[in-house]
Write a protein that binds this ligand. Structure first.
Ligand SMILES: [Zn+2]
Length: 83
């Protein structure tokens, strides 16, 4: 099934396989801590244990840009509380 829609070129097949692996993996839920978060649709991730829905990357639960945004928000709210 890995190469169902990609045919020509070893490099692109490898990239596709890597993306599929990330896409189909289960991730740790930030809310309940269970490894139960699965991709529902593009950018939509849902925990099958607690039912929470998360906005994430298209094919991975978190993206470097998303993590940077979370850090910035945390830093700003900490700053706000201190002031
Ligand atoms: Zn959960």
């Amino acid at each position: 099934m890995v190469n169902a829609s990609i045919r020509y070129g070893a490099r692109i097949r490898k990239q596709y396989a890597a993306v599929q692996k990330e896409k189909n993996a289960q991730y740790k839920c930030p809310s309940c801590g269970k490894i139960k978060v699965r991709r529902v649709s593009t950018g939509v991730w849902k925990c099958s244990h607690c039912g929470k829905v998360y906005a994430g990357g298209a094919y991975t639960f978190t993206t470097p840009a998303g993590e940077a945004a979370v850090r910035t928000i945390a830093a700003l709210s900490a700053q706000k509380q201190a002031a």
